[in-house]
Design a protein around this ligand. Structure first.
Ligand code: ZN
Ligand code: ZN
Length: 71
């Protein structure tokens, strides 16, 4: 379950206004990368890919930012 660097070849290009998940890009939290990959698991490390933004680190990060603003 270690990144071998293969995923960088499939690195997904950042979309404009669209959500990455909406256009089929998937995230590997192990490799910390978005990939254009059909499978359910990372082609690189075998980790289960995220297909939905719900409950992702990004959301958690946003919550942290909001808490910081309140202070
Ligand atoms: Zn990788
Ligand atoms: Zn991976």
């Amino acid at each position: 379950m270690v990144c071998k660097g293969i995923c960088s070849r499939y690195r997904a290009i950042k979309p404009g206004k669209n959500s990455r998940y909406a256009i089929g890009q998937k995230r590997c939290s192990q490799c910390d990368i978005f990939v254009n990959w059909e499978g359910k698991h990372c082609l690189c490390c075998g980790y289960a890919l995220r297909t939905k933004p719900k409950g992702t680190n990004t959301r958690r990060r946003l919550m942290v930012i909001q808490e910081v603003k309140r202070i």
